[in-house]
Design a protein around this ligand. Structure first.
Ligand SMILES: O=C(O)c1ccccc1NCC(=O)[C@H](O)[C@H](O)COP(=O)(O)O
Length: 212
């Protein structure tokens, strides 16, 4: 059965909706440019209700050691999601520094982009194939842009993997059926406005995933 991560949660109500509907992972985005940005201290208070019920994921973009240490000590995530230009060597260091598992987001627009997965097989606990954002995008993720899912059809990967990018309650079942994704991730597809999660859309997304 496919499991889901709901990313960019910022309120108790929407975090509770994600947990109540069975999200296996919940994401806190620690990146000031994002409309979903949350300070580690605020995130710690908010995400404590999820501990032991879902994997807590801190989403970071080329974070330095000071920020990662703050996140590890205060938010205490189960996983750090690397969503910038981090190398596998940096991934090893982030694991050692934080003690958290690693989710590596890989931007995809063509079949060649998938080859980067091999570099991460000894470093990442999970891979995330996310759509490469359109040129000029202010954010590397959370932009609601999809890639050609058929690129993943029939492929297998050395690590459990997420499909991400442009998923929503109406298309996630088709995306799972085309790709066989064991894990899916969503952010803007369950929002009513940028950064504003919607309980009803979270419920509808989770229902579609749980039916798949
Ligand atoms: O969501 C953000 O604002 C964000 C900012 C910077 C780096 C990553 C970010 N999100 C990462 C995610 O895991 C998103 O859920 C993923 O990119 C899918 O987003 P969407 O297409 O909006 O569902």
């Amino acid at each position: 059965m496919t499991q889901a991560k709901i990313c960019g949660l910022t309120t108790p109500e929407t975090l509770d909706a994600a947990l109540a509907h069975g999200a296996a992972f919940v994401g806190a985005v620690v990146f000031p440019r994002s409309p979903r940005h949350i300070q580690p201290l605020h995130g710690a208070t908010l995400f404590e209700r999820a501990r032991g019920r879902a994997g807590i994921v801190a989403v970071t973009v080329d974070a330095d050691d000071a920020l990662l240490t703050e996140i590890a000590l205060i938010l205490k995530p189960d996983f750090i999601q690397l969503h910038g230009n981090e190398t596998p060597e940096r991934g090893q260091k982030v694991r050692a520094l934080t003690g958290a598992g690693i989710i590596r987001a890989l931007p995809v627009s063509t079949a060649a982009d998938l080859e980067a997965a091999a570099d991460w097989q000894d470093v990442a606990d999970h891979l995330m194939f996310d759509a490469r954002p359109p040129q000029g995008s202010a954010l590397p993720g959370g932009v609601g842009h999809a890639f050609d899912w058929t690129l993943l059809a029939g492929r297998s990967w050395p690590r459990p993997w997420f499909l991400a990018g442009g998923l929503n309650p109406d298309n996630v079942a088709q995306a799972i059926s085309l790709t066989g994704a064991p894990l899916v991730d969503v952010s803007s597809g369950v929002e009513s406005a940028p950064g504003v999660k919607d309980d009803g859309r979270i419920a509808a997304f989770m229902a579609a995933v749980n039916r798949s």
